[in-house]
Design a binder for this molecule. Structure first.
Ligand SMILES: Cc1cc2nc3c(=O)[nH]c(=O)nc-3n(C[C@H](O)[C@H](O)[C@H](O)COP(=O)(O)O)c2cc1C
Length: 219
């Protein structure tokens, strides 16, 4: 639909019409409150990928937790980040060891991923709690989750304290990449094979099932 000249102009024209139409909008300043039943911020910034973060404490206790304030932020060298609202076990472990692994969550792993979001004491091994197998990372001293579509081994580059109470952003350089063989199709990491889970607002999730290609004007 977007490839032919006429069809493309039509699609762009339709979007332009929609974007210039006069609409009514609510506006709020976060410090004054949103007056809605639930905070809409996460629904506005959605969908978000989920980094299923595996770490180990200095004492050797393995930890797992999902973070949707997560993304890739640079290609050369490859870097990712995630943010924690709270000085959580993942943050303390990375402070102690300087490393973490970001594992990809496929839709069939959603319930076990959710188990690892529970608040448990720091001395609980969350791989054991969730019944997951831990494998050693190759480039860092950290566990990764067996069977996930991909894992990114990361060495922390920065741990920033953000505005507010106990808000942190952790940045890491990717030092090793694991990709499950069956997820590679003709040399491409095929998301339709494993259907990544993504986080929306509230308690909502979405699954990536439909993929289309859109070439850039310069392609
Ligand atoms: C899908 C999902 C995404 C989450 N994303 C975040 C996030 O981005 N930041 C955060 O602070 N907590 C997030 N949480 C909550 C943490 O996973 C939860 O607080 C967890 O207990 C932290 O574990 P830890 O103390 O072992 O690090 C998320 C939970 C779920 C289920």
């Amino acid at each position: 639909m977007f490839s032919g000249g006429h069809a493309r102009i039509t699609a762009v024209g339709l979007a332009q019409t929609r974007l210039t139409r006069k609409t009514t909008q609510m506006f709020y300043r976060p410090e004054a409150g949103h007056s809605l039943p639930h905070n809409p911020l996460n629904a506005i910034v959605s969908p978000r990928p989920i980094g299923w973060i595996s770490t180990v404490s200095a004492a050797g206790v393995r930890n797992l937790a999902p973070y949707s304030l997560f993304n890739a932020i640079a290609y050369e060298p490859p870097q990712v980040m995630f943010a924690s609202n709270g000085d959580k076990d993942s943050v303390s472990n990375i402070r102690e060891t300087g490393v973490f692994c970001a594992n990809v969550v496929s839709q069939d792993m959603r319930d076990v991923m959710n188990v690892t979001s529970g608040t448990v004491p720091a001395d609980v091994d969350e791989f054991e709690l969730a019944g997951l197998t831990a494998l050693d990372c190759q480039s860092i001293d950290c566990p990764r989750i067996a069977g996930v579509p991909a894992s990114l081994e990361c060495r922390m580059t920065e741990l920033l304290t953000l505005k507010g109470t106990d808000n942190f952003a952790i940045f890491g350089e990717v030092t090793g990449v694991h990709i499950r063989d069956d997820c590679l199709k003709d040399g491409l990491f095929d998301v339709t094979t494993f259907q990544p889970l993504s986080r929306l607002g509230y308690r909502d999730y979405a699954v990536v099932e439909n993929v289309f290609t859109l070439k850039r004007p310069s392609d």
